[in-house]
Structure formats: C-alpha cells, structure tokens
Design a protein around this ligand. Structure first.
Ligand SMILES: [Mg+2]
Length: 306
C-alpha cells in the first residue's frame, strides 16, 4: 500500500494522457478549485454526448467529491482493490450522479481520462449508474437503487473495526434519497453498533427529480432527526471549497468517539452553470448543443478536456 504523494504540480495527473501513469492528489485550495472547473466541464460533456444523464446533482457535489479524492482520503488509485484494506473508502449511494464520480476517479488516476467519452454507451464500463461487473477501478458497489449505500457503508465500517483497520468510510446520499426507509434502518444500526469510523454526507439541495423536496415529501428538521437517531451532526456549504475541507477535517475529529458522523451539506443543484442553478429540471436532463456551449463558456478548461 502506498499513499499517493501530494504534488505541487497537478496538471500532470489530470490530463488525458497521463492519468493512468501518475497519481498525486493536490493540496492547495486554488488547485482544487481549478480541478472543480474541469470536472464540471467533464460532467456536462459526458451527459451531452449520449443526451442522457444527471448533471444537476453532479455539478452540486463537485467540490465535495473532488475534496475527498484530491485532499481528504488516503487511497491508492494505481493499485485498486475491492476490499480497500488500509484505505479510506467512499460509497456513492445516490448513484445517478455518477458523472462527477467518474470524472474525479479518472482525473485522480483510477482509469484513463479518455474513457469518460464512453459514458452511457453500449458496453462502456461507465454506465449511467455505477456497477461492479464492468470492473471499473474505484467502484465497489452498484448504486442508484436509492437507499442502499448507507447499509453498505455500515457493513464496511464494521469490517474495518473488526480488522483493526483504522481508515474511515465515507458515503454520500441525496436529500430525496433519504426518503427511502432503508436509510433510517441503517441510521439506527450505525448508532446501535457505535460505528464511529463512518462519515456520511447528505447533499441537501432541496431538489429531487419531481420537484422540491418540500413539495414531494418534506424532511422536516433534518438536524434534529439525525441527532435523535444518535449521530454527531455537522453542517456545511458544499459549494465553498474552504468550508468543505475544514468541515470534513472537523468531522474526522468526531470519529472514534462512539457515534457515526453526519454532515448535512447545503448545495445548489447545477452549481457553476447560471441557467441550471437550483432548478430540479436539471436533475436528469442533458444540455443540448447550444446549452452545452453556453455552460462551458462559464467554466475554464483547466486540465484539458478529454
Ligand atoms: Mg436533492
């Protein structure tokens, strides 16, 4: 197991030619912001090509996923293993926002960046919802059948404790997703078993596929609910990179104290593209040619399009 070394020169890691041969997470916040611009371009181009996919939540969670892979987690893109022993592990429970995950995985070195061009195509390893049978490096569970990822994260976190593996487990969930009953079963289980090496995050954008969460099925006092279920609860603005890093670091300090940790992450669906922001219509709709150009004009190409 090797820990990827931090590099002051990130461009070599993130471009299409070099992504498979080099691995080096980035440390400065400025570099992370540049990565986010490129990841957002990837997301838009990925869903535009097949005219299919979920740009809204992907754009909203870009800072969070980029921060995890390029700053927070100890992980090894070059020697991916399913069991992840000795590594921090991330599960994307709201699997439909796969474009942001695929882009970050590729640009952190798990697989070639140019493979992003196969998103949602026949026989691609990058299916609309992540699955395991294509053998895509970085993916450990199928997700997108909503509500299941926290249960998997609990099991993985428990296994790490049993194996005396001190690394952490992270999971991400949609706010619409937590209307699923299985989430709350996992929430009770995590607290009952004192799974204190788990940091779960909810993308609290207030939007889901059919409208605002408040219209479809309101969540009420989310913080009070998670506290009542026995979790330590933090809150952050998920589109502010400085805050994302500081609150996840803070969350890490809450681990090992007998309670699972929840971060309620306020984001804007479609963040980074003015005409997509906070509009549930962009949950699962691809931009047309004109919209793509308008969106890309707002996002500098920082590490080279695939
Ligand atoms: Mg949502």
């Amino acid at each position: 197991m090797t820990t990827p070394t931090l590099s002051s020169s990130s461009s070599e890691v993130l471009t299409k030619e070099d992504s498979k041969s080099k691995s080096s997470p980035v440390k400065s916040t400025d570099e992370l912001k540049k990565i986010c611009s490129q990841v957002r371009r990837d997301i838009l181009r990925m869903v535009h090509a097949p005219q299919s996919g979920h740009p809204g939540g992907s754009l909203g969670c870009t800072e969070f996923v980029a921060a995890l892979y390029f700053k927070i987690m100890k992980h090894d893109p070059k020697n991916f293993t399913m069991n992840g022993i000795g590594e921090d592990i991330f599960f994307l429970s709201n699997g439909h926002i796969s474009p942001v995950w695929y882009s970050v995985l590729a640009r952190s070195g798990y697989f070639p960046v140019k493979e992003l061009a196969t998103f949602r195509k026949i026989n691609s390893r990058l299916q609309g919802h992540p699955t395991t049978h294509e053998g895509l490096e970085g993916i450990r569970i199928a997700s997108g059948s909503l509500g299941q990822g926290m249960s998997v994260a609990c099991g993985t976190a428990l296994a790490k404790k049993l194996n005396k593996d001190s690394r952490l487990v992270f999971s991400l969930h949609g706010d619409g997703e937590i209307q699923e009953g299985q989430i709350w079963e996992a929430a009770i289980f995590a607290s009952a078993r004192k799974i204190d090496n788990l940091i779960s995050t909810i993308d609290w954008n207030g939007q889901q596929i059919d409208g605002t969460v408040d219209k479809v099925m309101p969540l009420g006092d989310l913080k009070a609910k998670w506290v009542a279920f026995g979790w330590d609860v933090l809150q952050m603005n998920g589109n502010n990179m400085e805050e994302v890093i500081s609150i996840i670091e803070e969350a890490k300090k809450h681990t090992g104290k007998g309670k699972p940790v929840m971060i309620l992450m306020k984001t804007e669906m479609g963040h980074g593209v003015d005409f997509m922001v906070n509009n549930h219509k962009w949950h699962g709709v691809a931009p047309n040619d004109e919209q793509l150009q308008k969106a890309l004009a707002q996002l500098p190409e920082t590490f080279g399009d695939y």
